[in-house]
Design a protein around this ligand. Structure first.
Ligand SMILES: [Fe+2]
Ligand SMILES: [Fe+2]
Length: 270
């Protein structure tokens, strides 16, 4: 294993097999935690991440308009939903390692990388949980087509750390908080306890990822003497394509340090 976090991040990003990617991601986290416990934390270092992460040959990536829709109430519909979530989780693994390597030239407190290592480890667990659920239903990740263009937010904000924080944790991951309770209900109705339990883990842990985004976004606003709400609105309008979609989970968003005056104006003005 490389000796710096940024190089480890690039190793995860460059791994194409999905289960191999998540197991390397979890192994790096374990090594990082062991180095912290030993009083000699692995340094962040510097490394240039690939523009796009390596991914498996399957799933086939399609324009969202071309991904076939399946009835949500049917077993096929639930497999399609789990497959879509697995795809999001795998993308999230890469996003969290990417932020560590991509912005390794920006001096940040040690807690910044440590937060994203923890988030990346949790995304790796989430992906594995979704794959386990798919396999229990006789399917697997790669069996269905998945959305192309998930990496777009990363490409758009590759030069802008505040833009990355605004769009990825504070918009995309916050959206996960809005929609996950409805997904849990789908699997509760179908009496699929394995999927309910997995989604409950995801729901509980995603709050912290949004909170890390908000924390470091506010930190950078303080560093540059900027008004957080105004800058957030500017950056989301610059990098996120389209309005934010209500209904919002105001309670969980507040828990994650995202007040309503950050997101509501972007829902109505588009
Ligand atoms: Fe996740
Ligand atoms: Fe997340």
């Amino acid at each position: 294993m490389p000796s710096t976090l940024a190089e480890c991040a690039v190793a995860v990003l460059s791994t194409s097999d999905a289960r191999a990617k998540t197991s390397l991601s979890r192994a790096v986290t374990a090594a990082f935690r062991a180095s912290q416990a030993a009083g000699a934390p692995m340094p962040v270092g510097h490394a240039a991440p690939p523009m796009r992460p390596a991914r498996p040959a399957r799933p086939e990536l399609l324009d969202p308009r071309d991904v076939p829709r399946r009835k949500p109430g049917s077993p096929e519909g639930r497999i399609a939903l789990l497959h879509a979530i697995a795809h999001i989780e795998l993308n999230a693994v890469d996003l969290h390692w990417d932020i560590i390597a991509r912005f390794s030239d920006t001096p940040m407190p040690a807690g910044f990388a440590a937060d994203w290592v923890k988030a990346a480890d949790e995304e790796s667990k989430h992906f594995n949980l979704m794959c386990d659920c798919l396999e229990a239903m006789g399917s697997h990740y790669g069996a269905l087509p998945a959305h192309a263009g998930m990496w777009r937010a990363a490409e758009d904000t590759a030069e802008d750390l505040m833009g990355r924080l605004a769009v990825v944790p504070m918009v995309l991951e916050a959206r996960g908080l809005d929609v996950t309770p409805g997904m849990i209900e789908v699997f509760r109705k179908a009496k699929d306890q394995r999927a309910v339990d997995a989604l409950e883990v995801i729901y509980a842990e995603e709050v912290a990822h949004v909170a890390y985004g908000s924390k470091w976004f506010h930190f950078l606003c303080g560093r540059h003497d900027l008004d957080p709400k105004d800058v957030f609105h500017d950056l989301v309008q610059r990098y996120f394509h389209g309005p934010l979609k209500p209904p919002f989970n105001d309670e969980k968003r507040a828990e994650a340090g995202l007040p309503p005056d950050f997101y509501w104006p972007l829902a109505v003005s588009g």
